[in-house]
Design a protein. Structure first.
Length: 130
């Protein structure tokens, strides 16, 4: 019998309420549910025109974000990049990043490697302000 794990990302517990981000954000982190050993994956939804109130970077983990619905802008250090459906952006561990949803909101899949578990991210509140 094949060894695999099947999880519906929309059925993984939404972590956004724990961080006071609901209802403007949905964040379903599936690393544990999938039993991932070397990577992580999450589903994230941001409400229309919602900007994350923090930026973050990692100590070890590189991430790829894939827009699966809507649109967004991502700030990568000092540069702002527009994202549309099926755009994928790779972000190295030491690049500060933050997201702002477009007028219709955005749905993202985030993939990170290596699997670092909690505590790898450094966050800065109010990092992206106009």
């Amino acid at each position: 019998m094949a060894d695999y794990t099947l999880v519906n990302l929309k059925e993984v517990e939404d972590q956004a309420p724990r961080f006071g981000m609901s209802p403007n954000m949905e964040m379903r982190m599936a690393r544990v549910a999938l039993g991932l050993e070397n990577s992580g994956v999450s589903y994230q939804r941001l409400a229309p025109s919602f900007r994350l109130p923090f930026g973050h970077k990692h100590n070890r983990q590189e991430e790829v974000y894939v827009v699966v619905g809507g649109s967004a802008r991502v700030k990568l250090d000092d540069e702002v990049v527009d994202l549309r459906p099926w755009d994928a952006v790779r972000v190295p561990k030491d690049t500060m990043r933050g997201f702002e949803a477009g007028p219709e909101g955005v749905e993202l899949i985030a993939i990170g490697a290596p699997n670092t578990g909690p505590g790898d991210a450094d966050t800065v509140q109010g990092w992206w302000s106009d």
